[in-house]
Structure formats: C-alpha cells, structure tokens
Design a protein around this ligand. Structure first.
Ligand SMILES: C[S@@+](CC[C@H](N)C(=O)[O-])C[C@H]1O[C@@H](n2cnc3c(N)ncnc32)[C@H](O)[C@@H]1O
Length: 224
C-alpha cells in the first residue's frame, strides 16, 4: 500500500484481482473507481457478492489487453500476476496489459515472487542436483522445484496460515528482477524501483524480527 501511495479520488485498475482483497482495500482507502480484472469467472462470481464498490470483469490477460475502463487509471496494480507468466513473452504481455490503460506518467505497482541469488545458489543442490527446496517456518512458506534453478523456473509454492492448519499450493514461475525489468522496459515503462516486503504493523514479533529471506519484491514503474 505504501508503494501505491495516496489513492484518494483516483481511478485504479487491479489486474489479476482474484478475491478482490486489494481492490476493496484500495476502494476503502478513498479511490474513486476501482476495476478488478481476473481470468477466473468462478472466482469473480463469488467476489461480486462482496461488492465493496468495486466493478469486476472476467478477462484472460494472455488473450489480449483488458477492456478499457470508463476512466483513466492513475495506477495499475498487479499482486501475484507475474508468477503466472510461463515464458518471457507472457511476462511481456502482462506488462503490456498494464501499459495499455495508463497515460504517460501513470504508474504500475506490483508484488511478485523473485528468482533470487539465494535460489540461484540452490541450497538443495548441495545434496541433490535434481531438485531444490527452501522454506521459512516463521513466515509460513515453502518453495520446491525440480531441475536446476534458472530464471523463469517453475516452482511449487505453498503458503501456510499462521496456525499452519490451512495451506494453499500454487504452481508459479520465479522471474529475476532483471527479466521483469526487461519486460517492463519493453512495454514502455521507466524509473523502475524495487522495495522489499515489510511486516505489517501488528505482525507477531517472530515475523517482524525474522532474518529469514522472502523471495518476493514490490516494483513500481512509470509509463514513459
Ligand atoms: C495468487 S492470485 C492473486 C489474487 C490477488 N491479486 C491477491 O493478491 O489477492 C492470482 C490471480 O491471477 C489470476 N490470473 C492468472 N493468470 C491470469 C491471466 N492470464 N489473466 C487474468 N488473470 C489471471 C488468477 O485467476 C488468480 O485469481
């Protein structure tokens, strides 16, 4: 939310809005219009029941740019969209989907998994060469892959609830900052900056003080 900045009175487009968690949060923070776009109609059918002042559209961003909203978004956000890009061309298509609806100077803000130096070094490879595995019990994540780690690699990501009773496992692709920056620049973005994930205020002490790395980054880019 700090990366998105002040949204008061602004129009926001939320790509891959999923359950609309961020869409509703942005609306509650004063955005005038928030449109959420997601490929899953099943998900959107549930989310529309919550309403929250947000308009939701079904659209697969790999089948062309999203329909233009009836307002010019000041910011396009995309939380956890880029890990769905299975190759560089798809990464570029996602960045272009953000660019097409922005005016020059508009911002694209996203949170994504990252192929980091830690993964490139592959601690699992010390034992075996055919798979890797990293996890943080404190932060509640586990990432597993087969084969040698490389940019864009497919990873099985499991996220746990704080009490470890619930978990969700998603296939995802981990792209390096370098690959993401290349795709953003090819889509017309500049002034790309990265911020690390920070513990929310009120997070448990163990989470706030852990030294466990989190292969995740928040990027902000401006359309040239
Ligand atoms: C991990 S969820 C994140 C949802 C939401 N942004 C959040 O952070 O709570 C990823 C979402 O991306 C959507 N998605 C994946 N590929 C997509 C595509 N090609 N076009 C549109 N949405 C897509 C999925 O349907 C899913 O709802």
């Amino acid at each position: 939310m700090r990366a998105v900045g002040d949204v008061n009175g602004k129009g926001i487009l939320d790509l891959a809005c999923g359950s609309g968690y961020y869409s509703r949060m942005l609306k509650a923070r004063g955005a005038e219009h928030v449109h959420g776009v997601d490929a899953s109609e099943k998900m959107l059918a549930e989310v529309r029941k919550l309403h929250g002042g947000v308009t939701y559209y079904q659209h697969d961003l790999l089948e062309g740019p999203p329909p233009p909203p009836p307002f010019r978004p000041a910011v396009v956000v995309a939380a956890w969209l880029l890990p769905y890009a299975s190759n560089f061309n798809e990464l570029l298509e996602f960045c272009e989907a953000a660019a097409v609806n922005l005016e020059s100077g508009g911002r694209f803000v996203g949170i994504t998994a990252l192929y980091t130096d830690m993964i490139a070094r592959d601690p699992g490879a010390l034992l075996r060469r055919d798979h890797g595995h990293i996890e943080s019990e404190t932060l509640g994540w586990e990432f597993k892959w087969t084969g040698r780690p490389e940019d864009g690699m497919q990873v099985e990501s499991t996220l746990y609830s704080a009490d470890r009773k619930a978990q969700v496992t998603l296939p995802s692709h981990f792209w390096s900052k370098h690959a993401i920056e290349k795709a953003l620049e090819a889509a017309g973005f500049e002034a790309i900056t990265w911020a690390p994930l920070e513990a929310a205020s009120g997070a448990p002490e163990t989470v706030a003080t852990t030294k466990d790395p989190m292969p995740v980054g928040i990027f902000t880019a401006r359309l040239a």
